[in-house]
Design a protein around this ligand. Sequence first.
Ligand SMILES: [Zn+2]
Length: 126
Amino acid sequence: MSTGVIPEGTDPEEIEVKSVEWLARNAGPVDIAGARERETEAWERGKQNASDAAVDVRQDVGAAVVRLPDGDPHATLLVEGAGSDNGPFAGACDCKGYQYHDGPCAHLVTRAVRSILRPGEVPEDV
Ligand SMILES: [Zn+2]
């Protein structure tokens, strides 16, 4: 169990269990390529912070808590090979950006960008 991603006073176990179930229920295609083409705010923020973000990979397949340098930690789920025509990624995030906007949020962009540099952080869907 790594520390430093979860804010003080929060039970990391609680975040993990609740979120992964919710994320699995809400997971869908994550159109990273589309976000890049449209140069969305989330794409720019996620890309710029990819190397500085704290990514705490969890036991559950594809799950990780992501904290961007200027934001709060959010639970994410991202796997490769499960997307439809929108691209190779599928997943979800518990942030408002993901819930209320089309396309991937900055946290999912960060994970997708990092997966190129750090194989294994985003597992293939099996
Ligand atoms: Zn997010």
